[in-house]
Write a protein that binds this ligand. Structure first.
Ligand code: FPP
Length: 240
């Protein structure tokens, strides 16, 4: 079903905390369930031929959460990148990260570097994990890299246009075709601002741990203008 028209899907994975609270569990249980949901979605995305999947794992603002929750999430990232995402590597997924390294624990950086290195030669699909990430911050980092190239004479003023500027971002990814936000809110929340410029946006009330591969299929079908059963999703679409 997927062709050249759809290369890049991005997901703001919201609602883990509410999912846990609704079950009388700690927020951490919601993050664990969210990471299991993400693994299923990512494996499915490769199976259906999606080339790029970006996910918002941790925003720079998420550091304002309790120390307990931040630590839990960081340990979960380590566990996921070093063990559980083995199946993604077996499927030929290349893992990359967007975001600032400064402020992240050494053991988290080590797990990130490890999976990037292990998956560097994979070509079936790319999973871009946005961690310690902010979209405006990424644009500032890109501007600084561009500035360095101007100063060193590697590029001249006027050489770079809105497409080639992409290479200064944390990763040189194609524009986002579909943005999905789970968990009811209808905001972009400083996520991949440069890459979202023409994205179709889908907002669903479903909390991220309950978001399934079938729901992704429904959204993709809608993007292609195909009628499907819409898997019970109540989403709104705003085409740009
Ligand atoms: C937002 O839900 C979610 C997060 C801040 C973390 C997202 C992380 C995962 C899905 C875990 C796994 C990710 C990787 C890459 C291994 P929330 O806590 O803001 O939910 P709430 O709005 O209901 O409180």
């Amino acid at each position: 079903m997927i062709d050249e028209k759809l290369k890049h899907v991005a997901i703001i994975m919201d609602g883990n905390g509410r999912w846990a609270e609704a079950r009388g569990k700690k927020r951490s249980a919601g993050h664990k369930a969210g990471s299991d949901a993400l693994e299923k979605i990512a494996l499915h995305a490769v199976d259906i031929g999606l080339k790029y999947l970006s996910v918002y794992a941790f925003s720079t603002d998420n550091f304002k959460r309790s120390e307990e929750e931040v630590n839990y999430l960081m340990n979960l990232f380590i566990e996921m990148f070093s063990k559980n995402y083995k199946r993604l590597l077996e499927k030929g997924v290349k893992v990359v990260f967007s975001g600032a390294r400064e402020g992240l624990r050494a053991d988290v950086l080590e797990a990130m570097d490890d999976i990037v290195e292990k998956s560097a030669k994979n070509t079936n699909a790319t999973l871009n994990v946005c961690l310690n990430y902010g979209g405006r911050e990424e644009i500032i980092r890109a501007a600084e890299r561009y500035h360095d190239d101007l100063v060193s004479g590697k590029v001249q003023k006027g050489d770079i246009d809105r497409d080639s500027f992409n290479r200064y971002l944390d990763n040189d990814l194609p524009p986002i075709d579909i943005l999905i936000r789970t968990g009811r809110e209808k905001r972009v929340s400083n996520f991949m601002l440069y890459q979202l410029y023409y994205a179709e946006m889908y907002f669903t009330d479903t909390l991220f741990p309950d978001f399934t591969p079938e729901m992704l299929d429904d959204i993709i079908a809608d993007f292609y203008g195909v009628e499907r059963r819409f898997g019970g999703i109540n989403y709104e679409k705003s085409a740009s």
